[in-house]
Design a protein around this ligand. Structure first.
Ligand code: SF4
Length: 394
């Protein structure tokens, strides 16, 4: 009888302790939910008072939002604004863009880099035009299925245009969250991205996805800067583990990058009868489908003789060499030089001869447009081959 009472009492104590723990857990859970709601509210109020006034924030038209996001993936806001205005003026609807000529789109895109993205822009517009009759679909999955639209852009359009609860995860957002949580894994790892997504899903109040997304992106752009975060004025400082431990700039953790491959590129600026030779690049690789000066890639720097098979008789010409500033791409470093010379013979290669005035009608890679802009004088001088300091005179 005595043992029976002890067993019953033990069971009772165990039952009660489970209940107490359960209540405590529920309490913690509620506190966590409240904290996440607080983050949403703090970001929202901060954004309403400190967010920048940008044209794409005054529209819910998915076409304009999509254009702005594609441009902002290529450049900073101040540099992206003129492109946004140019595209929306030239192509006010997705229908206009879908019917645009590729060369014309490339010209507007000039300076934004990666022409494959301009090509993809056109492809997306055509798909929206043909498959959805010019109306962007109002679902995240359908947006994601469009060519050239990844999870980030799909979430941006879904939330800003259709008020759907999909957090955007761009570089700025990753930085903010990785600092708030002190994520110890490399930022592009699956584990880190998963943690970020869970935190964002929990913080975003489904009734106000657009403002939450705008606010956290803006925080990353204005306050939580890569090298010098302004933690003292950050609205979510109280929720940030990295600032509490005094190590905000230790996050996000990045995996060391492999060294960039060096590519040597020689351009021939060949002149004949006041015109110079250009050629169109192929469909693949860097600067796909753009126009350029005839070029040859080599593993080591080359001299002008490399163009002999294309422009016979080069060794009889005077020429000048221009070394271009090193051009950095994500995986490659381009070291380019331009050889300016006059030729009498036809090129043994498919080229077009254009006058300097026609230059702006063609889309060139930024490396060449910058070179042309900086060498207008050489343009004029070459007409008489009046080189002040020729490299070689035969
Ligand atoms: S407190 Fe500092 S590190 Fe943390 S989110 Fe704000 S700005 Fe970034």
């Amino acid at each position: 009888m005595y043992w029976l009472e002890i067993i019953t009492l033990t069971k009772l104590i165990r039952f009660l302790s489970f209940k107490v723990l359960d209540a405590l857990n529920r309490g913690c859970f509620c506190i966590k939910v409240l904290k996440k709601m607080e983050i949403h509210q703090k970001l929202k109020f901060w954004y309403q008072s400190a967010g920048r006034d940008l044209p794409w924030r005054h529209t819910s038209d998915p076409y304009f939002i999509w254009l702005s996001e594609v441009i902002l993936q290529q450049t900073r806001v101040d540099q992206g604004l003129p492109y946004y205005y140019a595209f929306t003026q030239q192509y006010p609807t997705v229908h206009d863009l879908a019917n645009a000529h590729e060369d014309e789109v490339f010209r507007l895109w000039q300076g934004l880099g990666y022409y494959s993205r301009a090509k993809s822009l056109l492809k997306t517009a055509k798909e929206v035009q043909h498959r959805y009759n010019g109306n962007f679909p109002a679902s995240y999955q359908e947006l994601l299925a469009l060519p050239g639209i990844g999870p980030y852009t799909a979430a941006a359009i879904a939330s800003f245009a259709f008020n759907l609860p999909h957090p955007v995860v761009d570089g700025n957002v990753k930085r903010v969250v990785s600092r708030c949580l002190q994520i110890q894994e490399p930022i592009e790892s699956k584990v880190a991205l998963n943690e970020i997504q869970i935190w964002l899903d929990a913080c975003m109040q489904p009734s106000e996805p657009a403002i939450f997304n705008q606010a956290i992106m803006e925080l990353g752009a204005l306050i939580c800067l890569p090298k010098s975060p302004s933690c003292s004025v950050c609205p979510i400082q109280a929720h940030c583990l990295a600032t509490q431990s005094g190590r905000p700039t230790d996050f996000p953790i990045k995996k060391s990058k492999p060294a960039k491959r060096i590519l040597h590129l020689s351009f021939a600026w060949a002149w004949k009868n006041g015109k110079f030779a250009i050629q169109k690049r192929g469909n693949e690789g860097i600067w796909a489908n753009l126009w350029e000066l005839p070029s040859i890639e080599t593993p080591e720097p080359s001299d002008i003789q490399i163009f002999e098979p294309i422009f016979p008789g080069l060794s009889l010409s005077a020429y000048r060499t221009f070394e271009l500033p090193v051009h950095l791409l994500s995986h490659r470093e381009i070291r380019a030089r331009v050889f300016l010379f006059k030729t009498e013979s036809d090129a043994l290669h498919q080229v077009e001869w254009i006058s300097p005035e026609m230059r702006d009608s063609y889309g060139f890679p930024r490396i060449l447009t910058r070179f042309f802009e900086q060498n207008e004088e050489a343009f004029r001088a070459q007409l008489n081959l009046d080189f002040s300091k020729p490299d070689t005179e035969f």
